[in-house]
Design a protein around this ligand. Structure first.
Ligand code: FMN
Length: 351
């Protein structure tokens, strides 16, 4: 893997090593994939404005997110079905994130249970879909919280799975032997539902009242993932969210929405200091992270880069992707004249 020197290299190598259906499932977006492409392209519409003759001798990428110390403002986004990429699966990703000193978010649609991913002393979050049968989603949440997961990430942009046409073309189906054991245990189903069947269980009647109920029921903070607008960010804050993630699910849900980066400023302006604002979608470079910080994100999350790392080298591949991103952020801060993430401001940016 030494010849892979940035996330783009990992992306290309993953396309070679993954079976076509799995690659399409990971790489693809919804519809015409406009949002998928725009997520990454949005970063290139900005340029950085470095300040010079700033003491950068002690530059650090470290920051905090919801009070937890992290080595960099880059967290691991929840993504489904890690064992499709590599046998190390979610436990391998969790170990790599913990070793990198950052937060790992376990998807509801994971191929391992929370207990297999929990690591003492690590900061870990659990992503939740609220299901029609509340007993099932409560069981999923309780299992994660019992295992030490420190926040619930409620995904709100997926009442149904988006229209992912690459999967139609490849006929992608989860191969036998790749199960979602936490989902199976919580539903009590004799055979594990497929991801498609799982989305039939998701409660499409959900409204903001459900967020309030979840916040009341959850012993840990609730982060709302999939916020696109200032209006919804404010509602999330009013209904008890501790943080929002500006996200379009990596372009996999409603196509033709703006890039996450382009939705970020209105959310930041609307919520001010009321909740922490995170974003994901298209982050591939340390300089992308700097752009997001300058627009007011506290941190970003990465989805596909972690999957590419896993595909190329299991736990070690994820570790290398996270190390590369850390080093790029650290060098970027140094050259930007911002000795820490909190020093990055909007004046560091020009369109
Ligand atoms: C293959 C794949 C599976 C995903 N599964 C989930 C999931 O189970 N739950 C969730 O909230 N988001 C899921 N996401 C969305 C990610 O959390 C994140 O929003 C997105 O990947 C960020 O964009 P990026 O891949 O460009 O970094 C998934 C994304 C991908 C690519």
């Amino acid at each position: 893997m030494d010849d892979l020197v940035n996330v783009h290299d990992f992306e290309r190598r993953a396309a070679d090593v993954l079976e076509a259906g799995v690659h399409g499932y990971y790489a693809g977006g919804a519809g015409d994939e406009r949002t998928l492409h725009d997520n990454a392209a949005a970063f290139a519409r900005y340029r950085l404005r470095p300040r010079v003759l700033v003491d950068v001798s002690e530059t650090t990428a470290a920051t905090t997110v919801l009070g937890a110390p992290v080595s960099m403002p880059v967290l691991v986004a929840p993504t489904a079905l890690h064992r499709l990429a590599h046998d190390d699966g979610e436990p391998g990703t969790a170990r790599a994130a913990a070793a990198a000193g950052t937060i790992f978010t376990l998807s509801t649609l994971a191929t391992s249970r929370p207990s297999a991913c929990a690591i003492d002393g690590a900061h870990q979050w659990f992503q939740l879909y609220v299901l029609k049968d509340r007993a099932v989603s409560t069981a999923l949440m309780e299992e994660a919280v019992d295992c030490g997961f420190e926040a619930i990430v409620l995904t709100v942009d997926a009442p149904r799975a988006g229209r992912r046409e690459r999967d139609f073309r490849t006929g992608f189906a989860v191969p036998p032997g790749i199960d979602m054991p936490a989902v199976q245990a919580a539903t009590g189903a004799p055979v594990c539902p497929t991801p498609q069947e799982f989305f039939e269980l998701v409660d499409t009647t959900l409204t903001w009242r459900a967020l309030e109920e979840l916040v009341d029921a959850s012993p840990v903070p609730v982060v709302v993932k999939g916020v696109h607008t200032a209006e919804d960010a404010l509602l999330a804050a009013e209904h008890g969210a501790a943080a929002v993630i500006v996200s379009n699910h990596g372009g996999r849900q409603l196509d033709a929405v703006p890039a996450s980066l382009d939705m970020l400023p209105e959310v930041v302006d609307a919520v001010g200091d009321r909740v922490e604002v995170l974003m994901d979608g298209g982050v591939r470079r340390g300089t992308d992270v700097l752009v997001a910080l300058a627009l007011g994100a506290r941190a970003v999350l990465v989805g596909r880069p972690v999957l590419w790392g896993l595909a190329c080298g299991g736990e070690q591949g994820v570790a290398r992707v996270l190390q590369l991103l850390h080093d790029e952020v650290q060098l970027g801060l140094t050259l930007l004249g911002a000795p820490s993430p909190s020093h990055v401001i909007r004046a560091h940016l020009t369109p």
